[in-house]
Design a binder for this molecule. Structure first.
Ligand code: PLP
Length: 455
C-alpha cells in the first residue's frame, strides 16, 4: 500500500510525486487493491453471522468506477435519492439489491423505486408511508418496506448525534402506522431500520440499538406481521489516527468490525432468533482507499508560527470544515526527512475557516483537532503533501467555492495501471448552464484571451 522509497511516498508501487507532477494538483488517488481488500473484509463478516447482508452506502462515494468494484464483490447498495439510484443502476446494480432510504422522498422518486422493484424502501415518516401507499396502489404493485426508527441511544462522536434527529418515525406512532399498513393491500412491512451514527465507535450504542429494534420487532410481530430483517445502518468505524496522539478517540476506534457484528447479532439472536441482519457501511469500505495530493503554494511565518498554504481546502475536503474531521498528513517528496517542524496548514480559499485545525474550537478553548502538523523542516513552495484516508465523503461533497475547479480523480488498478476515474473540471464548466449558446461562445473567446485553450 503506502511506503517510502528513496524519500518518495508510493502507493501500490506508484510514485505519488510523479503522479502529482504529471497530472497536477490537487489530485485524488484511489487504490483498487485497498478497496478490494476492504470488500473482502466486510464480506468476511458473514463468517460471524451467515444471515448478514451488506449494502454499501452510496453517499460515502458514488463514483461509477468505485460502484462497479463494489458490485463485483456481490454487495448490495443503499441509496438515498433518485441521483444515487440512477448511479447505482448505471454501475449495474439490480433493483432487488438496492435499499432506498432518505427523509424526503419525492413522489416521482417513490414511483421509480416501486416500478423498478427495489429490495426495500425504508419509510422515514407517516406522510411518506401515505405517499408510498398511493403510488403502489396507482401502479397496482405491492412494495416491500421497512420502518426507519429514531432509536433512543447516543453514539460517540463529534458531529454524530443519534437521538432527536430528523430521521425516522416516532416509536409512539408505530401502532397507528401498523394499523395503516394492515389495511393496505400494497404495503408489505418486512423490516426495521436504524442508523445510530457514522464512525460509531461506541459498542454500547450498537447493542442498545439492536435491543431496541428487537423489542419493536417483537411488538410488530405480535400484531400479526411477519418481518424478515433488521437493518442497523452504517457506522462501522475506521482508524484515521495512525500514529497521531492527542486527538479524540473517535478517530482511533478501539472496537473492531468483528466485535460489533458479533455482539449485535448475538443480541438479536437472543431476543428474536436468527433474523436477517443488514448493515450499510460506507466509510469502512472506502475511507482508507484514497489520498489527496496537494502542493504547497506559500510558506509564511506569522507570530512565530510557520504556515503552509496548500492548493486544496474545504472546496475539496469539505468534512474538515463541516465535521472537523481528522486526516493524517504526510510529505510526499521529502518523506525521509529526519528534522521536522510544526506547521499550521491552510487551504487556498478566501475564507478564514479554510484551515486544517479547529479554529472554532480554539476560540472556545476546546479544540478537537491539533493546532499543528509535523512535517519536514525544510519544505519549499512546490513540494507535495498527501492527506490520507480521504475516500469517504470526499467526491460527493466537493464544491466550486471561490471558483476552484474539482480535481481529477485517479485509480491505481490492481495491475498498477493508473487510470482516470473522473476528469478534472475545466474553467468552462464554471459557466456552462449559466449562459446561453451565444454566452458560451463568448466564454470560449475569453478563455482564449486568457491563454487557456480548453477546446
Ligand atoms: N446508512 C445511513 C442511513 C446513513 O445515514 C449513513 C451515513 O450517514 C450510512 C448508512 C453510512 O454511514 P458510514 O459511512 O458511517 O458507514
Amino acid at each position: 500500500m503506502l511506503r517510502i522509497v528513496d524519500g518518495y511516498l508510493e502507493m501500490d508501487d506508484v510514485n505519488l510525486y510523479e503522479l502529482a507532477k504529471s497530472y497536477g494538483t490537487p489530485l485524488i488517488v484511489f487504490s483498487e487493491h485497498r478497496i478490494l481488500e476492504n470488500l473482502e473484509a466486510v464480506n468476511d463478516l458473514k463468517k460471524i453471522y451467515s444471515r448478514l447482508g451488506i449494502y454499501y452506502a452510496v453517499k460515502a462515494c458514488s463514483n461509477i468506477s468505485i460502484l462497479k468494484i463494489v458490485r463485483s464483490a456481490n454487495l448490495g447498495v443503499e441509496v438515498s435519492s433518485i441521483g444515487e439510484l440512477f448511479k447505482a443502476c448505471v454501475a449495474g446494480f439490480k433493483a432487488d439489491n438496492i435499499i432506498f432510504n432518505g427523509p424526503a422522498k419525492r413522489l416521482r422518486e417513490i414511483e421509480v423505486a416501486v416500478r423498478l422493484g427495489v429490495k426495500c424502501i425504508n419509510v422515514d415518516s407517516a406522510s411518506e408511508l401515505v405517499k408510498i401507499s398511493h403510488v403502489a396502489s396507482r401502479l397496482n404493485k405491492p412494495v416491500d418496506i421497512a420502518l426507519r426508527l429514531d432509536v433512543p441511544v447516543k453514539s460517540s462522536g463529534i458531529a454524530i448525534r443519534s437521538t432527536g434527529t430528523k430521521f425516522g418515525v416516532d416509536v409512539r406512532d408505530i401502532d397507528g402506522l401498523i394499523d395503516f399498513i394492515l389495511k393496505s393491500r400494497y404495503l408489505n412491512l418486512i423490516g426495521l431500520h436504524a442508523h445510530v451514527g457514522s464512525q460509531n465507535t461506541c459498542l454500547d450504542s450498537w447493542i442498545k440499538s439492536a435491543e431496541f429494534l428487537s423489542s419493536i420487532y417483537s411488538m410488530i410481530e405480535s400484531r400479526g406481521i411477519k418481518l424478515n430483517h433488521i437493518n442497523l445502518g452504517g457506522g462501522l468505524p475506521v482508524d484515521y489516527a495512525h500514529e497521531a496522539q492527542d486527538i479524540p478517540p473517535i478517530f482511533k476506534p478501539s472496537v473492531s468490525d468483528h466485535e460489533i457484528v458479533k455482539l449485535v447479532t448475538d443480541t438479536l439472536r437472543r431476543n428474536i432468533g436468527d433474523v436477517e441482519v443488514y448493515l450499510e457501511p460506507g466509510r469502512r469500505i472506502i475511507a482508507n482507499t484514497s489520498l489527496l495530493l496537494s502542493s504547497i503554494e506559500a510558506i509564511k511565518l506569522k507570530n512565530g508560527e510557520k504556515w503552509l498554504i496548500i492548493d486544496a481546502g474545504w472546496n475539496v475536503l469539505n468534512s474538515v470544515r463541516v465535521l472537523r474531521w481528522y486526516y493524517e498528513i504526510a510529505s510526499v517528496n521529502k518523506a525521509n526527512a529526519r528534522e521536522l517542524s510544526k506547521y499550521r496548514i491552510g487551504g487556498p480559499l478566501c475564507d478564514g475557516n479554510d484551515v486544517f485545525h479547529d479554529l472554532q474550537g480554539e476560540s472556545q478553548g476546546n479544540p478537537i483537532l491539533p493546532r499543528y502538523r509535523l512535517l519536514p523542516k525544510y519544505l519549499e513552495v512546490g513540494d507535495v503533501i498527501a492527506i490520507l484516508d480521504v475516500g469517504a465523503y470526499l467526491l460527493d461533497l466537493m464544491n466550486n467555492f471561490n471558483g476552484y475547479l474539482k480535481p481529477e480523480v485517479l485509480m491505481i488498478r490492481l495491475n498498477r495501471d493508473v487510470v482516470s476515474i473522473r476528469s478534472r473540471e475545466k474553467l468552462i464548466d464554471l459557466v456552462v448552464g449559466e449562459v446561453d449558446a451565444e454566452g458560451l461562445r463568448e466564454a470560449y473567446k475569453v478563455l482564449k484571451m486568457m491563454g487557456y485553450e480548453e477546446g
